[in-house]
Design a protein around this ligand. Structure first.
Ligand code: NAP
Length: 319
C-alpha cells in the first residue's frame, strides 16, 4: 500500500506532489486522461504567477510543475478516477482502466468544472459553435462574429483573446457592470473589436448542425433580439468537482469540500482537499498552489503520526 495518492493535476495537485515527493512520500498522482494539467492547459499567457516577470503560457507552466514533481519521485498516471472509498484506514482509488490503488492518505484536488447556461441546444451544438474554451477553439472563428457570455475575469479574458481571430466579439453580460478586475475591464473596453452588450441573457441558440445565431433577451425590459454569430463562448464560472466524494465528505454551503479552519483536513481522517475544490472565493493558480502546499504538509504530519502510533502499538505488543 502507498502512503499517499493525489487526485488532480492542476496547480494544487502538482504543488502537493512536489512537496510530498520531496518529503519522500513517493506520491501517486492521478492526473486525468484528458484534462491533465487542469484549467491552465486551456489558458494562454499567465501574467500573475510569481516568478515569471515576462509571463508564461499556461500549458508550459503546468508542464514545468509536472516535471518538478517527477524530478522528486512523484509517479503520474493519466487516467480518471471512477470510484473512491475514503472511509477507514485504507483509501481505495479505482481508475477507468479498472486498476485499484490503495493508500493511507489521499489529497483531493480535482478543481472545478465549467458552468453551463442550461439551454436546450447548448449540448447539441457543443463543438459546433458552442465552446467553453477560446484557447482551444478560437482559431476556428477567423474573420467571423462570436459572442462571449459572462462578466467575470474569464469572460473578459476569453473576449480579448478571441479578437485575435474574430472580426466582432459581442460580450454579453446580464447586468450593467462587470465583476472582472479593473485591469481586465480596461483592456476589454480599449479593444475596438469588443462590443459590450449590457443587461442581456442568451435565451436561444440557433443552427441545425452549427451555430448561426443566438437570441438574447434584455434583462431590464424583456425585449428579444437576434445576434448573427457563428460562435458562442460560455464563460460564466465553474463549480467545484465534488461528485466523486458525495456522501463521503462534508461539503460547505458554497458546494466546495468543507475543510477545518485554514487546514486541508476534511471530515474524514487521512483525506485532505486543496485548490479550487475547497475555494469558493479566490480561485487563482497561485492560491491553488499554496493550498497544495498546505495539503501536502497536513498529509505528511498525518502519516508521521500514523507511523508513530503504529510503532507505539508494536512496542506495547512486544513488551
Ligand atoms: P466568476 O467570477 O464567478 O464570474 C462569472 C460571471 O458569469 C459573472 O459575471 C456572472 O454574472 C456570470 N454568470 C453566472 N451565471 C450566469 C448565467 N447563468 N447566465 C449569465 N451569466 C452568468 O467566474 P470566472 O470569470 O470564471 O472567474 C472565476 C475566478 O477565477 C475569479 O476569482 C477570477 O478572478 C479568476 N480568474 C482570474 C483570471 C486572471 O486573473 N487572469 C482569469 C480567469 C479567472 P454576475 O456578475 O451577474 O454574477
Amino acid at each position: 500500500m502507498r502512503q499517499l495518492i493525489i487526485i488532480g493535476s492542476g496547480p494544487a495537485g502538482y504543488t502537493a506532489a512536489i512537496y510530498a515527493a520531496r518529503a519522500n512520500l513517493q506520491p501517486l498522482v492521478i492526473a486525468s486522461s484528458v484534462e491533465f494539467g487542469g484549467e491552465l492547459m486551456k489558458t494562454t499567457e499567465v501574467e500573475n504567477f510569481p516568478g515569471f516577470p515576462e509571463g508564461i503560457m499556461g500549458p508550459e507552466l503546468m508542464t514545468r510543475m509536472q516535471q518538478q514533481a517527477e524530478r522528486f519521485g512523484a509517479e503520474i498516471v493519466y487516467d480518471d478516477v471512477v470510484a473512491l472509498e475514503l472511509e477507514g484506514p485504507v483509501k481505495r482509488v479505482t481508475l477507468g482502466s479498472g486498476a485499484v490503488h490503495e493508500a493511507q492518505a489521499v489529497i483531493y484536488a480535482t478543481g472545478s468544472a465549467y458552468r453551463k447556461l442550461g439551454l436546450a441546444d447548448e449540448e447539441r451544438l457543443s463543438g459546433y459553435g458552442v465552446s467553453w474554451c477560446a484557447t482551444c477553439d478560437g482559431a476556428f472563428f477567423r474573420q467571423k462574429k462570436v459572442a462571449v457570455v459572462g462578466g467575470g475575469d474569464s469572460a473578459l479574458e476569453e473576449a480579448t483573446f478571441l479578437t485575435r481571430f474574430a472580426d466582432v466579439v459581442y460580450l454579453i453580460h446580464r447586468r450593467d457592470e462587470f465583476r472582472a478586475s479593473k485591469a481586465m475591464q480596461e483592456r476589454a473596453f480599449a479593444d475596438p473589436k469588443i462590443e459590450v452588450v449590457w443587461n442581456h441573457e442568451v435565451a436561444h441558440i440557433y443552427g441545425d448542425d452549427k451555430v448561426t445565431g443566438i437570441g438574447i433577451v434584455n434583462t431590464v425590459d424583456g425585449t428579444e433580439t437576434t445576434l448573427d454569430v457563428q460562435g458562442m463562448f460560455v464563460a460564466i464560472g465553474a463549480d467545484p468537482r465534488t461528485h466523486l466524494v458525495h456522501g463521503q465528505l462534508e461539503l460547505a454551503p458554497e458546494g466546495t469540500i468543507a475543510v477545518q479552519g485554514r487546514s486541508s483536513r476534511t471530515s474524514l481522517p487521512g483525506v485532505f482537499a486543496a485548490g479550487d475544490v475547497v475555494d469558493p472565493t479566490y480561485k487563482q493558480a497561485a492560491t491553488a498552489a499554496g493550498s497544495g502546499v498546505v495539503a501536502a504538509l497536513d498529509a505528511e504530519h498525518y502519516l508521521a503520526e500514523l507511523a508513530d502510533a503504529e510503532k507505539t502499538s508494536a512496542v506495547a505488543v512486544s513488551a
